[in-house]
Design a protein around this ligand. Structure first.
Ligand code: CP3
Length: 356
């Protein structure tokens, strides 16, 4: 008598097989995955109500509240991925900067870098546990999210963080940061190296805590010429991506980077962010099929009537043409006052129009 081999259980991993992670690996999907930068934020009444009770920094540092905020937004919108509720500037605190989010003004750094000696005081993050509240939020979010919804961790890119550290807040032209870069390239490189090391450790600690993907936000890098990017930023970005945990996909985001896309791709990342100033199909042709793309609806289109949102959604999906590796998103974050029902309609339309 022969014994039958026990039937092998089919091993499916709902997280690994999620649309979002499949798209990050440029594998075919049943419909285009969609999530939205700043999907949890002031355009939602529930968020505003929470913020009337706690400050933004308190919210970021309270893992229970950050968890609730993250999961609520992902659920209400029906998106294919959640993004950790936090901010790119939090890492500046353990690096010695006094950070404040003031009403109306946005982020302020009270002790910005002004001279070479200030850079010497910036040490790479020694103890990643200084941001322990972020990893605790990640553990709680992961435990609370449905088993097939990936969680995205993130950090600011060194250039964007350096802009804040030098300007002391938001800026129109990044005049102080760029002047510092040109006049003291040695100190600039030291600062960028310290920020790169710190960011890599921070992102890898997020991966260890349980995120399924890492997005690097180089929000202000579009202010640089290609030559300046090559000289002052690209070597650091290359080193950053080399240091990141290869077990999770890496998304390389920038805005206003139409002239930098190839340089950004060469620096690293499995997926490159595109904003609405480029045609998705042309940009993807330039990047080649070795990377995925994320984008690229103009966030302002969400203020348009739903039929216009539908038209633009179809256009973008048409340009992506069901090629594996497209993640639908906005070209930049959702703005305050965006109608929530338009955001929900967008998510539904992406899924409906792209169903294979
Ligand atoms: O996307 C999400 O839902 C996750 C949370 C998230 C926030 N900030 C929450 C936030 C993420 C991923 C960020 C990233 C971030 N923060 C970036 C990169 C993305 C981009 O927009 O380019 C940047 C540049 C920052 C810095 C920052 N944080 C600014 C300039 C501001 C003030 C301007 C603004 O939009 O309010 C913040 C505050 C901030 N970060 C808010 C939120 C929800 C609003 C704070 C509030 O509640 O008043």
């Amino acid at each position: 008598m022969t014994t039958q081999p026990a039937p092998q259980p089919t091993t499916t991993d709902p997280l690994r097989d999620s649309r979002f992670l499949r798209a990050c690996r440029r594998e075919p999907v049943d419909a285009t995955p969609v999530w939205l930068m700043r999907q949890a934020g002031r355009y939602m009444a529930e968020y505003r109500s929470l913020r009337s009770k706690v400050s933004f920094l308190e919210l970021c540092k309270n893992p229970e509240l950050a968890t609730e905020t993250t999961i609520f937004a992902a659920e209400v919108l029906g998106v294919d991925a959640a993004i950790l509720f936090a901010d790119i500037l939090l890492i500046l605190e353990p690096l010695g900067f006094q950070l404040e989010f003031s009403k109306g003004e946005g982020p302020v750094i009270h002790n910005p870098i002004r001279e070479t000696a200030d850079v010497d005081a910036v040490r790479p993050l020694e103890d990643v546990e200084a941001l322990g509240y972020v990893y605790e939020a990640i553990r709680q979010i992961r435990a609370g999210l449905p088993g097939n919804v990936p969680l995205i961790g993130f950090a600011g890119a060194p250039f964007t963080l350096a802009c804040y550290a030098i300007e002391g807040g938001g800026s129109r032209n990044y005049q102080k940061a760029k002047a510092f870069m040109y006049s003291d390239p040695g100190a600039w490189d030291a600062l960028m190296a310290a920020l790169t090391d710190s960011t890599a450790r921070y992102l890898n600690a997020q991966a260890a805590a349980g995120v399924q993907a890492l997005q690097v936000f180089d929000s202000w890098v579009g202010s640089l010429s290609p030559d300046d990017y090559r000289r002052f930023v690209q070597p650091h970005m290359r080193r950053l991506f080399q240091m990141l945990d290869p077990a999770v996909p890496h998304i390389h985001f920038g805005a206003d980077t139409g002239s930098l896309l190839e340089l950004q791709r060469d620096a690293g990342g499995d997926v490159v962010g595109l904003d609405w100033r480029v045609e998705l199909d042309q940009a993807w042709d330039r990047l080649g099929r070795g990377v995925g793309v994320q984008g690229n609806l103009d966030p302002i289109v969400l203020f348009a009537p739903v039929d216009e949102i539908a038209r633009q959604t179809r256009r973008i999906l048409g340009q992506a043409a069901n090629r594996p590796g497209h993640i639908f998103n906005l070209g930049h974050g959702i703005l305050p006052h965006t109608p929530v029902d338009h955001v929900r309609a967008l998510v539904r339309m992406v899924h409906e129009f792209s169903a294979r």
